[in-house]
Ligand binder design. Structure first.
Ligand code: IPE
Ligand code: IPE
Ligand code: MG
Length: 240
């Protein structure tokens, strides 16, 4: 980068990851069922996908359901899976209009067969769209992804003693996608909850108290503006 060019972070982050948290609390505050919070959370996700697309973000990874979320009640898990199915199926026109490509990260092996089918179909239908890529992290855990990557790598015959960062990185779920520049978490928790552990090594983090169903495009724009004030050094020295 030449001395006269703007700092890298003045750009819109190419890849944003979001831990969409606070659906249950949003509902409880209103004396409603937690499932109602998930329904509102889905509306919020749609708003943010549109905003990210309009702002020129290239990749958006949404944490929809973690490998730990199976600990919740059967009713809540079933409701979330139903919403995912509805979202994948019902939004095809929207993806088409906005040239949005849908992808998945996480272990398909642990997901119900109908969800895997919907994910596969949405990915196929949108495969050639060159706009925003939305990566749904579903049955996703950062540790699980690393372990699955390691197993894939072992399958290539590479011996453990010669494993490199690059080789393991190439065995992650979507090796062509750049690491997230910015990771956002809503609802006032300051933890990562097993999200993008490998890819987030040098991400900038943004925490907001606002519950996920209350998020609008303005909140995304505020997170991006905050990111644009950051100085990314990647372990190097200040760029003066
Ligand atoms: C995030 O909202 C959605 C999922 C984890 C599926 P929560 O359901 O975790 O909401 P809170 O944290 O209980 O408020
Ligand atoms: C993280 O939120 C997972 C998703 C948003 C899908 P959780 O609500 O499951 O995380 P914890 O339990 O607060 O760490
Ligand atoms: Mg939560």
């Amino acid at each position: 980068m030449s001395a006269s060019s703007p700092p890298w972070t003045s750009q819109v982050p190419a890849h944003i990851g979001i831990i969409m948290d606070g659906n249950g609390r949003w509902a409880q505050k209103r004396k409603q069922l937690r499932t109602q919070g998930h329904l509102e959370g889905l509306k919020s996700a749609k708003r943010i996908v549109k905003a990210a697309s309009d702002l020129g973000v290239r990749y958006l990874t949404l944490y929809v359901f973690s490998t730990e979320n199976w600990k919740r009640t059967t009713e809540e898990v079933g409701f979330i899976m139903g919403l995912v199915k509805q979202y994948l199926r019902g939004e095809l026109d929207f993806y088409r209009q906005n040239r949005i490509r849908i992808r998945h990260t996480g272990d398909p092996a642990g997901l119900p067969a109908d969800i895997v089918k919907e994910l596969h179909e949405a990915a196929e239908e949108t495969r050639l769209f060159e706009g925003l890529q939305v990566i749904l992290a579903l049955n996703y855990g950062g540790r699980d992804e690393i372990i699955r990557a390691f197993r894939r790598l072992s399958g290539t015959g590479v011996s453990a003693g010669t494993v490199t960062e690059e080789a393991l990185g190439q065995c992650l779920d979507n090796p062509d996608i750049p690491d997230p520049d910015l990771i956002i978490r809503s609802a006032g928790e300051y933890r990562i909850s097993n999200f993008l552990l490998w890819e987030g090594a040098y991400s900038e983090y943004y925490f907001s108290d606002k519950l996920w169903p209350d998020w609008t495009g303005d909140d995304l724009a505020a997170a991006i503006a905050d990111y644009q004030q950051r100085e990314r050094r990647f372990g190097g020295l200040k760029n003066e």
